[in-house]
Design a protein around this ligand. Structure first.
Ligand SMILES: N[C@@H](CCC(=O)N[C@@H](CS)C(=O)NCC(=O)O)C(=O)O
Length: 230
């Protein structure tokens, strides 16, 4: 049995989408990161990085954390949503998966942090991360201007990786972002209309995750602020 350690945020959502697309049986284990569940010893034993998502698979005793690793694990396990098994197609798949893992995710996440949550002064950081987040999203848009999907004419695991963060684009880049990223918006709308994405969205309603970003949640999510003076 697969267990998905889940919070309704961009990285875990990609995994729920994959599981819903493939209809693999799985049990969802809520991890309420605004309450600090990611720091509980039982979760740290699965993901020492204290972040969602993580996944265990009793078939083969597998434990896997980080959304990119999990997507690749599940795609290889099922043989689904992968490009043709040629060196050229696999090279493109790995390149774009790592681009999302090391570029889209971190720059979008830091852009959100500095725009919406960081204390002053922050103009330098907002400028850097907004610039880099835009640059990364523009490359995704350019790729999607050339092809229906990230790897060409087929919907693959790379599109699911992009979808996780694409849902948050207006919060990351601003309310006018879609005017400049029409191809990302097209992919987002297309995936959102899929039954698997609708089932993924419905997960939120089944669990009562904390939504308040109150003082306690800020302390848990941004522990580095304890080092700031006064
Ligand atoms: N590189 C990791 C990043 C995971 C991550 O940042 N997860 C967020 C949710 S999208 C989280 O659990 N944050 C809680 C925290 O930082 O304490 C991945 O792709 O899975």
């Amino acid at each position: 049995m697969i267990k998905l350690y889940y919070h309704p945020s961009p990285n875990p959502a990609k995994i729920a989408l994959f599981l819903e697309e493939t209809q693999l049986p799985y049990e969802l284990v809520p991890v309420d990161t605004r309450k600090g569940d990611q720091h509980l010893p039982a979760f740290l034993a699965i993901n020492p990085n204290a972040k969602t998502p993580a996944l265990t698979d009793s078939e083969g005793d597998a434990v896997v954390f980080d959304s990119t690793a999990i997507l690749l694990y599940l795609a290889e396990k099922t043989g689904q949503f992968l490009p043709p098994n040629t060196p050229a197609a696999r090279a493109q798949m790995l390149s774009w998966m790592m681009f999302v893992a090391t570029g889209i995710g971190p720059y979008s996440g830091q852009c959100v942090h500095f725009k919406h949550f960081a204390p002053e002064p922050k103009a330098y950081a907002v400028n850097r991360y907004d610039f880099e987040a835009w640059r990364h999203w523009q490359l995704i848009d350019d790729q999607l201007a050339k092809h229906a999907y990230m790897l060409g004419s087929e919907y693959t695991v790379v599109d699911m990786a992009v979808w996780g963060w694409a849902r948050a684009v207006p919060f990351i880049l601003g309310p006018d972002a879609w005017a400049k990223l029409p191809n990302v918006k097209r992919l987002l709308d297309e995936i959102n209309a899929r039954p698997a994405a609708q089932r993924t969205e419905a997960i939120k309603a089944k669990y009562s995750f904390k939504t308040d970003m109150d003082e306690a949640a800020l302390k848990i999510l941004f522990p580095q602020n304890a080092r700031l003076p006064g």
